[in-house]
Design a protein around this ligand. Structure first.
Ligand code: SF4
Ligand code: SF4
Length: 402
C-alpha cells in the first residue's frame, strides 16, 4: 500500500486536509505507533488506525466508508496521544462515518435514535407529558421522605441559577440517580430547575459524524436554556454529551452560548469547597479505582475534579495503569454502547479495561459517565470480576450530611 500514489482529488482527502496541522491525513508517516496504542486492535480484530488513515490518504473513500473498522473505532483518541504528527483519529473516523457511502453501515439503533431525537428532543421519544408524570411520581416519593418543600424537583423555573440536563436513562431505568442529583442541588441551597424540553444530554449525531444532526441537537439545548435565562447549565455524568456541549458549541452554532456549562461533578465540588454542600469523609471507607472517560479526560482535559470529589468521600483512590491522558477506553465509546447489536463485541473491545481493573485487586470503581458506568458493570459481570461500579456524583450524594 505504501507504493500506491496519493489521490488528492477525492472529496474526503480535501475535507481531511483543510487544517494546517493535526488531523491532516497527508501528514501520516505510516509509522504504526498508533497500532500499539489502540486498546482493541490486536492484529486480529478491532480498528486498524494506520490503515484507516492510509485509506483516507489514498482517497479510498468507498472502501473506508464501508469498512466495519470505522464503527469498531471508539473515537477515543488514545492513538492520537502517541502519534508523532498529532493526527486526530476521532476526527478522521467521524468524517468517514459521515460520508454518504457510510450510511449503509450506520447501526440501526443509532440511526433510529438520531431520528427520534430530532423529532422529539429526546433520544427515547420522551414527551413533555412523560416528563411531568415522571417528575410528579418522583416528587411524591421525595415528599414522603422530606418535609421541606424545597427538596422537590422544580420544573421550568425561569431565571433559576442552574438548569440540570439529565441523561435520558435518569428519566427511565435510572430514576434513583435523578433523585440523587436532586438531593445534591437541594443541599447546595441554590435555585435550580429541570425542564420538559431538556431531557437529553446525549448527542448521537456526534457519533454518526452527522454535522447537521449534531448542530440541531445542540441548538435544541442552547435555545431552550437561553429562553429560561439560566446562568449555568449543569450536565449529567455523560462523557460525549459533555465533550460536545462544553467544546463544540461555538464551532457548531457560530457563537458562544449565553450561559456557563459545568458537569454535575464540577458543580458539586465547587459547592463543597464553598462550604455549602457538606460530605461525610467516612461515607465510603474503602479504596476505589477511578476510570477516566475518554471524552471527559483525554478529549476535554477534566482529570482532577472527579478525583478531588472522590477523595473527599472514599478512603483512597487507586489509579489504573495507564491513566489520565493515556487512560484506556471502557470499550463502549464512540457509539459502540449505543449500538444495540454490539454486546458481544463490547466484551472484546473492553477486555483491556477489564484486565486493568482486575490487576489492581480493588473491588470498587467509579466513573463520571453513565455510559462508562454501564459498560464497566457489564465487563465486571462478564469477566466475573466481583467489582462494584458507581458514578462519582452518586457516591458524593450518598455521603451528603444534611
Ligand atoms: S501514529 Fe500517526 S503518523 Fe504514525 S501511522 Fe499512526 S496516524 Fe500515521
Ligand atoms: S479505538 Fe481509539 S485508539 Fe483505537 S483507532 Fe480508534 S481512536 Fe485510535
Amino acid at each position: 500500500m505504501n507504493n500506491t500514489a496519493i489521490n488528492n482529488n477525492s472529496n474526503f482527502f480535501t475535507i481531511l486536509n483543510r487544517h494546517e496541522r493535526g488531523d491532516n491525513a497527508i501528514d501520516c508517516l505510516t509509522c504504526g505507533i498508533c497500532l500499539s496504542r489502540c486498546s482493541w486492535y490486536d492484529g486480529e480484530g478491532g480498528p486498524n488506525p494506520r490503515k484507516m488513515v492510509r485509506m483516507a490518504q489514498l482517497g479510498l473513500d468507498n472502501l473506508l466508508a464501508q469498512s466495519t473498522m470505522i464503527w469498531d473505532c471508539m473515537i477515543c483518541n488514545h492513538c492520537t496521544t502517541a502519534c508523532p504528527m498529532g493526527i486526530k483519529m476521532a476526527d478522521i473516523v467521524r468524517i468517514a462515518r459521515g460520508l454518504p457511502q457510510a450510511e449503509a453501515i450506520l447501526p440501526e439503533s443509532i440511526s433510529q435514535g438520531i431520528k427520534t431525537r430530532l423529532e422529539t428532543g429526546d433520544v427515547n421519544g420522551f414527551t413533555e407529558d412523560d416528563f411531568h408524570e415522571t417528575i410528579e411520581f418522583l416528587n411524591e416519593e421525595i415528599a414522603d421522605e422530606n418535609d421541606d418543600p424545597g427538596a422537590l424537583i422544580p420544573s421550568s423555573i425561569k431565571g433559576a441559577k442552574y438548569l440540570y440536563l439529565p441523561n435520558p436513562r435518569e428519566l427511565g431505568a435510572s430514576l434513583l440517580h435523578l433523585k440523587a442529583m436532586a438531593r445534591l442541588f437541594h443541599a447546595s441551597g441554590e435555585t435550580w430547575t429541570m425542564s420538559p424540553r431538556h431531557t437529553d444530554v446525549t448527542n448521537w449525531g456526534y457519533f454518526a459524524g452527522d454535522h447537521e444532526a449534531t448542530k440541531k441537537m445542540v441548538l435544541q439545548i442552547v435555545e431552550a436554556t437561553e429562553e429560561l435565562e439560566i446562568e449555568t447549565l449543569v450536565l449529567s455524568e455523560c462523557g460525549h454529551g459533555f465533550f460536545v456541549l462544553r467544546n463544540l458549541i461555538p464551532e457548531l452554532v457560530g457563537r458562544n452560548p449565553r450561559f456557563n456549562i459545568k458537569s454535575i461533578v464540577e458543580f458539586t465540588l465547587e459547592h463543597v469547597k464553598a462550604g455549602k454542600i457538606k460530605l461525610d469523609p467516612d461515607a465510603h471507607p474503602y479504596p476505589i479505582m477511578y476510570h477516566d472517560p475518554c471524552n471527559l479526560g483525554r478529549k476535554s482535559g477534566i482529570f482532577d475534579p472527579p478525583r478531588e470529589l472522590l477523595s473527599l468521600v472514599c478512603k483512597e483512590i487507586v489509579e489504573l495503569n495507564p491513566n489520565r491522558e493515556n487512560g484506556i477506553c471502557c470499550g463502549g465509546g464512540g457509539g459502540l454502547l449505543q449500538d444495540s447489536a454490539s454486546t458481544k463485541k463490547r466484551m472484546i473491545s473492553g477486555r483491556a479495561k477489564a484486565d486493568q481493573m482486575k490487576n489492581t485487586g480493588i473491588k470498587h470503581i467509579a466513573a463520571p459517565c453513565l455510559s462508562c458506568h454501564r459498560q464497566l458493570g457489564e465487563l465486571a459481570k462478564y469477566y466475573k470480576l466481583d467489582i462494584k461500579v458507581d458514578t462519582v456524583a452518586a457516591l458524593a450524594e450518598e455521603a451528603l450530611i444534611e
